[in-house]
Write a protein that binds this ligand. Structure first.
Ligand code: PLP
Length: 481
C-alpha cells in the first residue's frame, strides 16, 4: 500500500516535478498573498474522512492546487517579507533526495556521508565567521529558534557545570541573561523552556540607532549583581528581525570577556554579511562570540528548515547533550567520530546540511556573494525610491530591510496608518509587506528576501504603496478598521 508500483511511481514523480516546475516558473503570475479563509479551507478538507482511498495523482493534484491557492508566496519576487526565501534549485533537489534516501542523522555510523558533509559545513561556515577551523564545532538545527535554545543550554552548562546533574536549583541565585529590546523573541521561549522563566531574560536599553548599548549592559550587570542575581550570558543580534540592525559586536564582546559572560551572537539573518567582503566589517568582533546562530533558510535561500549553531568550544555540545544508551550503535569512539545525537537537541534527525552543501557547491562562495550583493543593491534602490516618493526611512543598516513611515502627517506614524497601508498593499495582490515596530515606532517593513527581486519589482512595490496612501487619504478617517 505504501510502496506503489514502478509504473505508478514514474507517473507520480513526473507529476510532482511538473507541479514543481509549474510553480517555480509561474509563481510571478500569482497574487502574492491569498485571501485568508479558514472556513472555506475546512470545507475543502471536510470530504476527507479517509474511508475511500484517493488515486495518487489526484491526491498530488489536490496538494499542489491547495499550496498554490492558499499560501503567501514567499518565492514570489514581490514578496518583501519576513526573511522567508525563494528556495534555491539545488536546495529543492537536495531535499527531494533526502526524503527518498532518508538518512538518519542520529548515529554517525548509520549515515557517515551525511554526517561528514554536515561536519565539513560546520568548519567551513565557522571559518567564514572567523573561528579557528581546527577548534570550531557546531550542529545543524531546524531553525534559529532551536539554535538560540541550544545556545542558552550550552551557556548554562558552560557557566554552571553543576546544573548538569542537580538542575538550576544548584545555582545559589537566579541566573539571568541579557539582550536588547530589539532581539528575537525565540529567546523568551528558550528561557521558559530551560526552566529559567521569562523574567531571567533582561532587556538592555538601545542607543538612538536601536543597537544594544554596551554601557547600559555594564550598568545592568552592576545593579543585578548587587541584587544577588547571577548574570551568565549576553546575546547580541547581528541583523535584528524588524530592522536589520547590527549590535556593536566588538564592544559587547569586551563587556562579556571582562564580566565572564557567555557571549552569543544571533546572526540568524545578518550573518550572511560574512559571505560578502564589503559587508564583512559589519560583523567585526563576531569571531569572539562563544556561539553563533546562523539560519541557512533565510539569506542563504535553502528550503526550510536549516540553521546552524556554531561554537569555538569543542567540548561544549558534548557536555550539554551527551547520553549513554544500550540500544544506540557504539562504534563512534573506535572510529574517532562524533555521533550527532550526543551533540544536539534532536535525536532522530533529517539530513539538513545537504541543501546547503549542494547549493554552495554549485554556486560557490562567489555565487552567494553576488546574490547577497544584488539583494543589498535592491534594498538600496528601495530606500532611494521610497525617499523620492516622500516616505521616511527610519532604520540605519546596509542590509536590505527597510523600515519607513510617512512623516508628513502625524497620522503617518501611527499603528493605525501603517496597518492600513500594509493591508491595502497585501490585498491588492501586488506585493507583500508588513507592519512592524522599531523601538517605540510603528513602521512599514519591506525586506528584499528574494534573490529574484529586481528593479521592476521594487518599483512596483513603491507604486503599490503610493496608491495605498492616496486611497487611504481619499477615504474617511476612521472608516477602516
Ligand atoms: C528568524 C530569526 C530567529 C528565529 O529563527 P527561525 O529560523 O525562525 O527559528 C532568531 N533570531 C533572529 C534574529 C531571527 O531573525
Amino acid at each position: 500500500m505504501l510502496m506503489l508500483g514502478p509504473q505508478e511511481r514514474r507517473r507520480i514523480w513526473e507529476q510532482v516535478f511538473a507541479s514543481v516546475e509549474g510553480y517555480v516558473s509561474g509563481v510571478d503570475g500569482l497574487p502574492v498573498a491569498p485571501e485568508l479563509d479558514p472556513i472555506g479551507l475546512r470545507a475543502l478538507l471536510e470530504p476527507f474522512d479517509f474511508e475511500q482511498p484517493l488515486a495518487p495523482l489526484e491526491a498530488i493534484d489536490f496538494a499542489a492546487r491547495g499550496l498554490t491557492r492558499y499560501q503567501v508566496h514567499a518565492p514570489h519576487p514581490r514578496y518583501f517579507g519576513l526573511f522567508n526565501p525563494a528556495p534555491s534549485t539545488m536546495g529543492i533537489a537536495a531535499d527531494t533526495l533526502v526524503a527518498a534516501f532518508n538518512p538518519q542523522l542520529a548515529a554517525w555510523s548509520h549515515s557517515p556521508f551525511a554526517a561528514e558533509i554536515e561536519a565539513h559545513l560546520v568548519r567551513a561556515f565557522g571559518a567564514r565567521f572567523g573561528y579557528d577551523p581546527g577548534a570550531v564545532d557546531g550542529t545543524f538545527t531546524g531553525g534559529g529558534a532551536e539554535a538560540n535554545h541550544t545556545a542558552l543550554l550550552t551557556a548554562l552548562i558552560g557557566r554552571f557545570p553543576e546544573i548538569d546533574e542537580a538542575g538550576l536549583r544548584a545555582v545559589a541565585g537566579q541566573p539571568v541573561f541579557y539582550t536588547s529590546s530589539e532581539s528575537h523573541h525565540s529567546l523568551v521561549k528558550a528561557s521558559r523552556a530551560c526552566g529559567l522563566g521569562t523574567a531571567a531574560l533582561h532587556e538592555v536599553a538601545c542607543d538612538n540607532r536601536f543597537r544594544l548599548d554596551p554601557s547600559a549592559l555594564s550598568a545592568a550587570l552592576v545593579r543585578d549583581r548587587q541584587a544577588g542575581l547571577h548574570p551568565f550570558m549576553v546575546v547580541a543580534t547581528a541583523g535584528t528581525t524588524a530592522a536589520g540592525i547590527v549590535d556593536p559586536l566588538r564592544e559587547i564582546g569586551d563587556v562579556a570577556a571582562a564580566e565572564g559572560l557567555w557571549y552569543h551572537v544571533d546572526a540568524a539573518w545578518g550573518g550572511a554579511a560574512a559571505l560578502v567582503p564589503e559587508l564583512r566589517p559589519l560583523l567585526d568582533g563576531i569571531e569572539r562570540a562563544d556561539s553563533i546562530t546562523f539560519d541557512a533558510h533565510k539569506f542563504l535561500s535553502v528550503p526550510m528548515g536549516a540553521s546552524l549553531y556554531l561554537t569555538r568550544h569543542r567540548d561544549i555540545l558534548g557536555r550539554t547533550f551527551r547520553i549513554e544508551t544500550g540500544y544506540m550503535p557504539r562504534d563512534a569512539a573506535a572510529l574517532e567520530v562524533v555521533d550527532p545525537y550526543v551533540h544536539s537537541m534532536q535525536w532522530s534527525r533529517r539530513f539538513i546540511g545537504l541543501k546547503v552543501f549542494l547549493t554552495l557547491a554549485v554556486a560557490g562562495w562567489e555565487g552567494y556573494a553576488a546574490t547577497i550583493r544584488r539583494q543589498t543593491a535592491m534594498g538600496d534602490r528601495l530606500r532611494a525610491r521610497l525617499r523620492e516618493s516622500g516616505w521616511d526611512v527610519v532604520n540605519d543598516t546596509p542590509l536590505p530591510v527597510v523600515c519607513f513611515q510617512d512623516l508628513r502627517t502625524p497620522r503617518g506614524r501611527t499603528h493605525e496608518f501603517v496597518g492600513q497601508i500594509a493591508r491595502r498593499v497585501v490585498s491588492s495582490g501586488q506585493a507583500w509587506i508588513s507592519p512592524a515596530q522599531v523601538g517605540p515606532m510603528p513602521v512599514l517593513r519591506a525586506c528584499v528576501t528574494n534573490f529574484r527581486t529586481g528593479p521592476e519589482h521594487v518599483d512596483a512595490l513603491v507604486q503599490a504603496l503610493d496608491e495605498a496612501r492616496s486611497g487611504l487619504a481619499a477615504s474617511t478617517p476612521g472608516q477602516e478598521g
